[in-house]
Design a protein around this ligand. Structure first.
Ligand code: EZ4
Ligand code: CO
Length: 409
């Protein structure tokens, strides 16, 4: 088999997505996701201008060789743009291989290790009644694990808080990228946040009881000692995890956090290779790996990363916001089903327009996802629908402190 075409499709139904479609001389096609929120066109160009010409004529079955070729022949290694582009190719090739085998992809990864994939959803509120409503809405949607994000008195706009939770048919969850010509400016104060958050978790536990798995995302905003203090303060509320408590480019920072708290730690949605985790995994400084298949070099690289993590009883918590396309989500679900050290899967539901462009075949029943039994990833791209939604510039917001200093968002 030979690759005869590779097309990059940028479409913006509910938001921007970068999709790679690889076509073979035998008529099989494969899809890969290269969406990098707010920097989509950089990946599209990397693929169109620098990768697609290298793919024509290659044997699509040689996935490992193609991965190594793209990674090493560029000379310039790592980085979100490069690794998203490699991921798009890698996932498209796995889609083709599984279609050629006539099997759902998870079968080629070793088969199912479980019957369903536990998912968590995003609840949020500006105050406790709104937060409780949002948690109830998510329980009604079938979620059995819930991420809790809250507004903070004195801060105007906080990451993760949906403006209109569950009303009038609008999105019930949080979509951070905004179709604005400039990034939106939000504000932040770590001391107010740290004072407010434990009381919110206490109230949620009192309302919903001790069993419900609760998660929280710190979104890289604390210093190590602040993160240690927050982790300790949240211990009575038995979190499933505290995510991205520090920026963690400095992996050693997590040593300090770890010495002070038994709250489980999850990190890595902005990482893109196993090297970003080397100290974190070897020294057992985290409990969950948060990378997205889409941003970490695809199935091939994620499998190696998660196998490394497994040696230390560290589990998966694959990134699954709406800025991962249905193609990237499907790749995550096949991997989740196959690996032994599965932890939990983030699942924000895509909007109606996105589902018009991407025909998905996964299921979500009683809180558990399953990728389905179609050969390959199980996702089809409707290119005519995709063409109806051209690219629209959109940016993630950023934070400034009260004195104007730029802060992690
Ligand atoms: O802010 O994917 O845990 N989930 C997250 C996400 C990220 C977005 C950024 O594009 O932190 O909501
Ligand atoms: Co996060």
């Amino acid at each position: 088999m030979k690759i005869i075409a590779a097309d990059v499709i940028v479409s913006s139904p509910d938001r921007n997505f970068v999709t790679l479609k690889i076509t073979t001389d035998e008529g099989l096609t494969g899809l890969g996701d290269g969406t990098l929120n707010g920097r989509e066109l950089a990946v599209a160009s990397y693929l169109t201008d620098h990768v697609v010409p290298l793919l024509i004529g290659r044997d699509p079955h040689r996935i490992e060789d193609t991965w190594q070729f793209l990674y090493r022949s560029a000379y310039w290694r790592r980085g979100p743009v490069t690794m998203a582009a490699i991921a798009a190719v890698d996932v498209a090739l796995w889609d083709i291989k599984a279609k050629a085998a006539g099997m759902p992809l998870y079968q080629l990864l070793g088969g199912a290790s479980r019957t369903g994939i536990m998912a968590y959803g995003h609840a949020s509120g500006r105050d406790l009644p709104e937060l409780f409503d949002s948690i109830r809405l998510h329980l009604d949607l079938g979620y059995r694990s819930i991420r809790v994000q809250t507004s903070v008195p004195g801060i105007n706009a906080v990451y993760g808080v949906a403006a209109q939770p569950g009303v009038d048919g609008k999105r019930y969850d949080y979509e951070p990228a905004q179709r604005t010509p400039l990034p939106a400016e939000e504000d932040w104060d770590t001391r107010s946040y740290m004072r407010h958050l434990p009381g919110v978790f206490e109230a949620v536990r009192n309302e919903f009881g001790p069993e419900l798995p609760l998660l929280h995302d710190g979104h890289h905003r604390m210093t190590p000692i602040q993160a240690a203090k927050l982790g300790k303060a949240l211990e009575p509320y038995d979190l499933f995890w505290l995510e991205d408590c520090t920026p963690a480019e400095n992996q050693e920072a997590l040593r300090l956090v770890r010495q002070h708290t038994t709250t489980p730690l999850a990190i890595g949605e902005v990482f893109n290779t196993v090297w970003d985790y080397q100290t974190l995994i070897r020294e057992q400084l985290i409990d969950y790996v948060r990378s997205a298949v889409t941003h970490t070099g695809g199935i091939t690289a994620m499998r190696k990363l998660l196998d490394f993590a497994a040696q230390y009883q560290i589990k998966s918590g694959i990134h699954g916001p709406t800025d991962i396309s249905p193609v990237g989500m499907a790749a995550a679900l096949h991997l989740d089903l196959a690996i032994h050290n599965f932890g939990i899967q983030e699942y924000m539901q895509h909007g109606a327009l996105t589902n018009e462009v991407f025909r998905q075949s996964f299921s979500f029943t009683d809180g558990y996802l399953h990728p389905g039994e179609r050969p390959g990833l199980g996702v089809e791209l409707d290119e005519e629908a995709a063409a109806r939604f051209p690219y629209q510039p959109a940016y993630l917001p950023f934070n400034r402190l009260k004195d104007g200093t730029v802060h992690d968002w």
